[in-house]
Design a protein around this ligand. Structure first.
Ligand SMILES: Cc1cc2nc3c(=O)[nH]c(=O)nc-3n(C[C@H](O)[C@H](O)[C@H](O)COP(=O)(O)O)c2cc1C
Length: 235
């Protein structure tokens, strides 16, 4: 398995936000084209079956760890469509937290996850916005694995948030119905990225996505495939 060439070796979990070493290298050839191939594969039976995977789905020379979470997966339409693409993304390890852990929010293996971080340059968090927040399982993941310090392996890793909302673009405006932009709603994750020394990149937010029809879902899948085909961004 490929390993990050410049993973910090300090055993300290306690990242100092003011003394964060950042990596400048992105693995060569990390940008793998999914492009136009995504449409047919995204709707394949194989892809649908894999959304139920009880373990991680690994695709090729992985540089991206995708953490998907939805507290009500059986009711999901939009995230479920996005998972089909994420599971097929080259160079990725896809974990559906609820499929793997059920409702056990304390069953994480911190040491194993830290080992995994050593080989990735990007972590993608995929979840629906519920009460202007991330999901309970994703929060539990952070609590249990990032703990009160921060794994040093996270430094320099890109954090990409992929999220979905019912509120539309007009609502997510300072002068809109909700009064906050989606970037503002995601401030806790941005702060967490800063604290851990990660690079918080522009979120991929599907606003007003609830109730999306087949055409819209296909468009979302294409946008996600394009984003995941880009090489990880580092500071
Ligand atoms: C309990 C709950 C809380 C929600 N809170 C919000 C919210 O705060 N803001 C918002 O825009 N949409 C909210 N929604 C709508 C979801 O974000 C939306 O249905 C979801 O992103 C669509 O993706 P899915 O089909 O994968 O569930 C909420 C939905 C539920 C069930």
């Amino acid at each position: 398995m490929p390993r990050k060439s410049d993973t910090p070796t300090t055993p300290s979990d306690q990242a100092s936000p003011n003394s964060l070493d950042r990596r400048s290298l992105v693995k060569a050839g990390a940008g793998l084209a999914l492009g136009s191939a995504f449409t047919s594969m995204a709707t394949s039976e194989k892809a649908q079956a894999q959304t139920q995977a009880k373990g991680p789905v690994i695709r090729g020379d992985e540089h991206t760890l995708i953490l998907a979470s939805h507290p009500y997966p059986e009711r999901s339409v939009v995230n479920k469509a996005l998972w089909e693409v994420a599971e097929q993304a080259e160079g990725s390890i896809f974990k559906n937290l609820e499929s793997i852990h059920g409702d056990d929010m304390w069953g994480f293996d911190r040491a194993a996850e830290r080992k995994l971080y050593q080989q990735v340059d990007r972590i993608v968090m995929m979840f629906p916005i519920h009460w202007f927040n991330l999901t309970p399982m994703l929060k539990a993941y952070m609590n249990e694995i990032w703990w009160i310090g921060a794994p040093s392996e996270l430094r320099g890793v890109e954090l990409l948030v992929v999220t979905t909302t019912a509120g539309g673009p007009d609502a997510y405006q300072p002068d809109g119905r909700l009064g906050f932009t989606i970037e503002q709603v995601l401030t806790p994750l941005q702060a967490s990225a800063r604290y851990t020394g990660m690079t918080f990149s522009e979120p991929l937010a599907f606003l007003g996505a609830a109730g999306a029809g087949p055409d819209e879902l296909t468009r979302y899948q294409g946008m996600l495939a394009d984003r995941l085909s880009e090489p990880p961004r580092s500071a």
